[in-house]
Write a protein that binds this ligand. Structure first.
Ligand code: ADP
Ligand code: MG
Length: 358
């Protein structure tokens, strides 16, 4: 595809017997913001390191701006990398850190130009006035911004961010999310952002790429992935679905909640019914529900700002989560240790199974 700025073709990377990246193929367009979501050890850092050129893949090709860069050394790729631990120089000031690559690389810029560009990047990330501070005299969130400014100062067309917000508190994290997107729009760079957080992946990405055991298991817009997770594993990583094991047979799914017709099902090697947290309805234990009905004991609730999460034990330690969005009105309250009946509209459940078509 000609509009792709960046392309991976069947990239495999092994460490001994371990396949850290398994035949990864991906195309990224200009100005896209891509988030990579996957559990720890799924190959996210390895993927970025291969793209940056810090690791050579055993097979497959990496293309960037119309060029095969598989064998191009890292420092000649024009790709920026913001490391998970920031990797700042502790004895240098903010401005010296930001200008470091320009001063010590092959930028050919004069000292005055380096300073001008460093100041511009420091302004861009909102650290004006801190130029002369030592990086050991600023907060974690500010160090994060220095690391970003240092990378952006090199004017890369592609910026790789390895869990850049992991070390920040929740407040700062959501501010930085907005700022990263704003910077992307101002500078016209493509961002590949690795995260272990499903909230971050869904909030930030124009597209989300889900990784598991070195494989890309789904690529799509946040809406696609949220509405149509490709497998029980993706549904699990999204942290938005209750997963019920059971049996899919002749278009009906049988689980602890009873037997329910499932006209549509997605092929999978496991029979699983996935129900979004915000699709669960809670009825008194004595109710008669049409369709799925699961007896469960209320455990506790948690206030999340825009919604309330209610936790139920469906027996055998199976936790069922029910989310009430506060925009829909005040939440019902439930009695701890009391039994309730959980139900949902079966048409809103996503059924996976071995007998499904494809
Ligand atoms: P993530 O960033 O998603 O947590 P990584 O890409 O760091 O995952 O790691 C993927 C897999 O490769 C893990 O099983 C990890 O232990 C292994 N791995 C990563 N780097 C190395 C290395 N240098 N040597 C051996 N194994 C490695
Ligand atoms: Mg990692």
């Amino acid at each position: 595809m000609d509009t792709a700025v960046f392309r991976l073709e069947g990239v495999t990377k092994r460490y001994g017997d371990l396949v850290a990246l398994d035949n990864a193929t991906l195309e990224v367009g200009a100005n896209e913001y891509i988030s990579f979501l996957g559990p720890s050890g799924s190959g996210k850092t390895t993927l970025l390191r291969v793209i940056a050129g810090f690791e050579a893949p055993e097979s497959g090709r990496v293309h960037f701006e119309g060029r095969d860069i598989t064998n191009v050394p890292a420092h000649e790729r024009g790709i920026g990398f913001v490391f998970q631990n920031f990797a700042l120089f502790p004895h240098l000031t903010v401005i010296q850190n930001v200008g470091f690559g320009l001063t010590h690389g092959k930028s050919g810029l004069s000292a005055a130009e380096v300073e001008r560009r460093a100041v511009e990047m420091i302004n861009l990330v909102g650290l004006s006035g801190m130029e002369g501070r030592g990086v050991d005299q600023i907060s974690g969130g500010q160090r994060q911004r220095v690391a970003l400014a240092r990378t952006l100062a090199m004017k890369p067309k592609l910026v790789l961010l390895d869990e850049p917000l992991g070390a920040l508190d929740a407040n700062l994290r959501s501010r930085m999310r907005n700022e990263l997107r704003a910077i992307r729009e101002r500078l016209g760079v493509t961002f590949l952002h690795v995260t272990g957080s499903e909230t971050e992946a869904l909030a930030m990405g124009d597209r989300v790429v889900v990784l598991d055991s070195g494989k890309i298991i789904q690529t799509g817009t946040p809406g696609d992935i949220y509405d149509n997770p490709a497998s029980p594993d993706v549904a699990h990583f999204l942290n938005r679905f209750n997963l019920f094991d059971g049996t899919l047979s002749k278009g009906t799914f049988s689980g602890a909640f009873g037997t329910v017709a499932s006209a549509k099902a997605t092929r999978s090697n496991r029979d699983v019914c996935a129900v979004r947290y915000d699709r669960i309805r809670v009825l008194p234990a004595s109710s008669k529900a049409e369709g799925p009905a699961l007896k469960a004991t209320f455990i506790a609730s948690e206030y999340l700002g825009s919604s309330v999460m209610n936790f139920f034990d469906a027996g055998g330690g199976h936790l069922v989560e029910m989310e009430h969005h506060l925009s829909l009105g005040a939440p019902d309250t439930y009695e701890p240790r009391q039994d309730y009946l959980l139900t949902w509209n079966p048409e809103q459940a996503i059924v996976f199974g071995r007998e499904a078509g494809q």
